[in-house]
Design a protein around this ligand. Structure first.
Ligand code: ADP
Ligand code: MG
Length: 237
């Protein structure tokens, strides 16, 4: 399969251990590709925020993350960076198909996340798509969606493609992200989310980020989280 080809030549030593990187403050000190580091630098990101400092070493070591930190604390980079690095380490190219899905609860949020992904990921050769379009765009999306390594979108629209787009294949998915997870886990998205998850491989990395910590055991079981790291960053008083 595409993913296993991508893993050829990568030994166990490629996944950095957590402890060596738990005290660092700068993105440049993290164990990641030069492509991502340069993208961060050119996007003018140098020092990590608290949630980034607390979660990135775990995420880059391959763990599932349940992250909570208030709005504006920098949660986007806490998942965009490990998505890029996971696909980079797995040697993803556009022919490998869908490697990561980032679910956002609203079109505007998805669009903002896509901008961050494009900026920080500018030196990578991945294909990426924002899947939120109106009715007009659906045919256009259908043509490209299966050639996309990273898909950012809203649950309803991604489900529409999973159900209605021939050849849309997520069986090699490596990473699933729920941004604003508390909203996506809410009743309103329940049906769509369950239908999406039922079509994704269980063996994958999963990140949940929101302003409040999701502790519902049912939700975590539903998402097949494996021994996740719970990371909460509170404002200092
Ligand atoms: P959240 O998702 O937690 O609400 P965002 O990821 O949207 O937060 O980030 C909020 C703002 O902080 C954005 O304008 C973003 O560019 C900025 N930001 C995020 N991380 C950093 C960083 N490490 N250094 C400087 N600015 C950052
Ligand atoms: Mg956010």
């Amino acid at each position: 399969s595409a993913a296993s080809v991508g893993r050829l030549g990568l030994g166990g030593g490629d996944t950095p251990s957590f402890s060596r990187y738990s005290g660092v403050n700068l993105f440049s000190q993290l164990p990641m590709s030069r492509k991502t580091k340069n993208g961060l630098k050119q996007s003018k990101y140098f020092e990590m925020t608290d949630i980034q400092r607390a979660s990135l070493p775990h995420a880059l070591a391959g763990r599932d993350i349940l992250g909570a930190a208030k709005t504006g604390s920098g949660k986007t980079l806490a998942f965009v960076i490990p998505v890029l690095e996971k696909l980079f380490r797995d040697r993803y190219t556009p022919e490998c198909g869908v490697g990561a899905i980032i679910l956002c609860p609203a079109r505007e949020l998805a669009a903002q996340t896509f901008e961050v992904l494009k900026s920080v990921g500018r030196h990578h050769n991945f294909s990426a798509a924002l899947i939120i379009g109106g009715r007009k765009e659906v045919d256009l999306e259908k043509e490209c969606v299966n050639n996309m390594n990273i898909i950012v979108g809203t649950p309803g629209r991604i489900l529409q493609h999973l159900n209605g787009t021939v050849n849309f294949d997520c069986s090699e998915l490596q990473v699933l992200v729920l941004d604003e997870a508390d909203r996506i886990l809410d009743e309103g998205f329940k049906k769509d989310l369950n239908a999406i998850i039922s079509q994704l491989p269980k063996k994958r990395q999963t990140f949940l980020f929101s302003a409040t910590q999701t502790k519902s055991v049912k939700d975590l079981a539903r998402l097949s989280l494996k021994d996740p790291e719970y990371i909460s960053v509170h404002e200092e008083s």
